[in-house]
Design a protein around this ligand. Structure first.
Ligand SMILES: *Cc1c(COP(=O)(O)O)cnc(C)c1O
Length: 385
């Protein structure tokens, strides 16, 4: 057994480290979720989270994981036999397809190599061919956490509109909201989903769904049978600061604090900090002589950097080593990338010195395991910062 001292470095791209202020807020006593004190809390976080999504429409908060938020979008808007269009940006886009297929929704999947974004032009061409308007929704992942690639949501909306196609735009902003600029209303998303444990710096347990007036209207008359995930009842009760069933009270205390943290720093500054740290991480990777998985210069993620392990070296063995020796958790390669890449999370409360500690752990690990590299990544990152 390895004995670890001091701070654990949780540098995976979610769950992200939870700031002390948020942890303290969560440790409050549980209150009556049907009492007046609760309504004050609920009204505050329901208003606050709208500012983070940049929307005037309701944002719903379900107890659940990000996958639950996805499922709520599907059951409120789509029914068996409906058709949707997705793009294979990586593991999470593939998971989303699995979910719709299980529910009997015909899913067209534009193939991808897990190293590039969802191309608006490919989406436009596919919609142009759909003259009968059978495609009910375009569903894309904003920040593909498995690969470190960001897709251009606004341009995808413009592609849909340029074909005068009625498809709704459903976006997974699970690992981007609160870390990368995201504008639900201005970019024309109909549904944006996220969860608590990534850019919002909370423990896992909350699922968020931002809606558009059109999505609310379509859900009223359409979708599948549903109960737990039903939007209408949630919207109705939220108006007075209450929920149809027991909300995750203490996580909402944490959410109030997380929103305060983001707004005290200022969202624009939060995004700029993520960009700055990501640029330094990429400088380190390039100086090591290793390859970044994202192959589109315009699509690099500021949430995480996915690093390709040199041929003949297993990234999971590397991850096990840096965890055992340096108490540093790095993200693994998911499904088809297993053993081939590791992911450096630089989101949430990450700052310059946390990043430098992380990069130092990686550089020492590369040296320990004699992975071919140039030991100059850390100093390149320092120069960049
Ligand atoms: C983490 C993540 C998910 C899954 O969220 P869960 O909370 O594990 O259900 C989905 N999509 C993206 C892009 C993610 O980063």
């Amino acid at each position: 057994m390895n004995q670890h001292f001091g701070q654990h470095f949780l540098q995976i791209p979610g769950p992200s480290a939870v700031p002390d202020r948020v942890l303290r807020a969560i440790s409050m006593p549980v209150i009556d979720h049907r009492g007046p004190e609760f309504a004050d809390l609920a009204n505050m976080v329901l208003a606050g989270i709208k500012r983070i999504f940049k929307t005037e429409s309701p944002v719903l908060i379900f107890p659940g994981s990000g996958t639950g938020a996805w499922e709520s979008a599907v059951v409120n808007l789509l029914a068996e036999g409906d058709r949707v269009l997705m793009v294979e940006t990586g593991h999470f886009a593939t998971q989303w397809r699995k979910l719709t297929e299980k529910m009997g929704i015909e899913t067209e999947f534009i193939a991808g190599n897990w190293r590039n974004w969802a191309d608006p032009e490919q989406i436009r061409a596919r919609l142009a061919a759909d003259t009968g308007h059978k495609i009910k929704a375009v569903m894309v992942v904003h920040n593909e956490t498995s690969s470190g690639v960001v897709s251009p949501i606004k341009a995808i909306r413009e592609a849909i509109d340029s074909e005068i196609h009625p498809a709704l735009l459903l976006v997974d902003a699970i690992s981007s909201l609160g870390s990368l600029n995201y504008e639900h209303d201005a970019w024309g998303a109909d549904v944006t989903v996220t969860c608590s444990q990534k850019g919002l710096m909370l423990p896992p347990g909350l699922a968020f769904v931002a809606l558009s007036p059109r999505a609310i209207e379509q859900a009223r008359t359409g979708g599948s049978r549903r109960s737990y995930w039903d939007w209408a009842e949630m919207i109705e009760l939220n108006r007075t600061g209450f929920f149809p069933y027991t909300p995750a009270t203490n996580l909402l205390y944490g959410l109030k604090e997380a929103i305060a943290l983001l707004e005290e720093e200022g969202l624009a500054n939060v995004f700029a900090r993520h960009d700055r740290l990501a640029a330094a991480a990429r400088a380190a990777v390039r100086s090591w002589g290793l390859e970044i998985l994202c192959e589109n210069e315009a699509a690099h993620s500021s949430v995480l950097t996915a690093v390709v392990m040199p041929e003949g070296h297993d990234s999971d063995m590397f991850r096990r080593h840096v965890l055992a020796k340096y108490n540093l958790s790095l993200g693994q390669g998911l499904t088809r990338l297993k053993g081939k890449i590791f992911r450096i999370g630089h989101l949430g409360q990450c700052n310059e010195l946390v990043l430098m500690g992380t990069l130092s752990g990686i550089e020492m690990g590369l040296r320990d395991l004699q992975v071919p590299h140039v030991s100059r990544g850390v100093s390149a990152a320092m120069s960049c910062l």
